[in-house]
Design a protein. Structure first.
Length: 72
């Protein structure tokens, strides 16, 4: 059964782990790290951004966890 909370946590944890591994990441890096399609990651990132768990730089595309995103 799909669990929204677990999915959000999985994405946030993957972002954190990918950042530790690569430094800075973009959506394509996260897609490769999670072995998901870029489209799936794009949809998830939009939701995470709406929830204010991540910030995505409009110029560089770099993903940053917000303080709330780190807490979760």
């Amino acid at each position: 059964m799909y669990n929204k909370k677990e999915s959000v946590e999985d994405y946030l944890e993957s972002i954190l782990l990918a950042q530790k591994q690569k430094g800075q990441i973009r959506s394509i890096d996260l897609a490769n790290f999670m072995n998901f399609s870029k489209a799936s990651v794009s949809i998830a990132l939009k939701k995470l951004k709406d929830y204010k768990y991540v910030v995505i730089d409009s110029t560089t595309g770099l993903i940053t966890l917000t303080e709330e995103g780190v807490k979760i």
